[in-house]
Design a protein around this ligand. Structure first.
Ligand code: A3P
Length: 293
């Protein structure tokens, strides 16, 4: 079954959310002027985007670390394909921070200058699917799926926002030499958040002292972010895309939650489609879809 156009539209092989963007706008991004100092977070949905947005904001902005600045993550690290129209974002002093779910072939042409920094965060696709299923009920912009099995069929049939998980990650990883890119996984961030923050800092050429680093790590933990109105997408002002009372954007924040949702048959069906194709990726990202990682 095709996704309803009320929620998604397909443009250049990629599914976009209907109510927030147009094909013309996506096309216009090709000429978007990039600065060498820009930093882009790139993800497939539900892979740790807001987490990484928050980490970047904490690294770059003392006022975010010490709580004196009350700027929400969506304003601090705006979405390239959603709210960048606001010219304030474009004229910001460097370094500008952006987030995007775009595939490698739809990003601004000049991002391939190989100086601008790109951080790609990937997550075990089984956990992505479970998180995405819950998010589909929570977001008013997406079609609520009556049960996980129906969502899973859509996910495997490539008919969800941002398209097929495998296409997204394969596209970015096979074109990695075209970009100045750091690959991270959600799982390594969970396992060693401090190590991941240090890795990000090294890539960005940012040096934080021990105290600053401690604060970044503390404020980027799941529990802290869940109660941080700048980072939990629950502000009344901005989060008008979430249905009240249907759950939280920061839902569980764990690795391996798919085991609580997927049946053995669903997991096997998933493996049949992904296992072979993921061989190269698994060595790059250190994944086994059956693992807790
Ligand atoms: P779950 O639904 O599994 O809880 P995105 O920002 O790309 O949409 O990803 C959302 C997922 O990242 C959600 O996963 C959310 O809970 C998780 N997440 C957000 N911040 C996190 C943090 N600080 N630590 C761990 N997981 C986090």
């Amino acid at each position: 079954m095709e996704p309803s156009e009320e929620f998604l539209f397909k443009h250049k092989g990629f599914y976009f959310v209907s109510n927030i963007v147009t094909p013309e706008y996506i096309d216009s991004l090709e000429d978007f002027e990039i600065r060498d100092s820009d930093v882009f977070v790139v993800t497939y949905p539900k892979s740790g985007t807001v987490w990484t947005q928050n980490i970047l904001s904490l690294i770059y902005h003392e006022g975010h670390r010490d709580g004196t600045e009350n700027m929400e993550i969506v304003d601090r690290v705006p979405w390239l394909e959603y709210n960048i129209r606001n010219m304030d974002y474009v004229r910001r002093p460097s370094p500008r921070l952006f987030a995007t779910h775009l595939p490698y072939y739809l990003v601004p042409r000049d991002l391939k200058n190989r100086r601008t920094k790109v951080i790609y965060v990937a997550r075990n696709p089984k956990d992505v699917a479970v998180s995405y299923f819950h998010y589909s009920s929570l977001s008013v912009l997406l079609e609520t799926m009556p049960d996980f099995n129906i969502f899973l069929e859509r996910f495997l049939a490539r008919k969800v926002g941002a398209g097929f998980w495998l296409d997204h990650i394969t596209g970015w990883s096979t074109h990695r030499d075209d970009f100045n890119i750091l690959f991270l996984t959600y799982e390594e961030m969970k396992k060693d958040l401090r190590g991941a923050v240090l890795k990000i800092c090294k890539f960005l050429g940012k040096q934080l002292n021990e105290k600053e680093l401690d604060t970044v790590v503390e404020k980027a933990t799941f529990d802290q972010m869940k109660t941080d109105p700048r980072a939990n997408y629950e502000s009344k002002q901005k989060a008008n895309f979430l249905e009240p009372g249907k759950g939280h954007f920061l839902r569980k924040g764990t690795v391996g939650d798919w085991k609580n949702t997927m049946t053995v048959a669903q997991s096997e069906r998933f493996d049949n489609i992904f296992k072979e194709k993921m061989k190269d990726l698994s060595s790059m990202f250190n994944w086994d879809t059956n693992d807790d990682i």
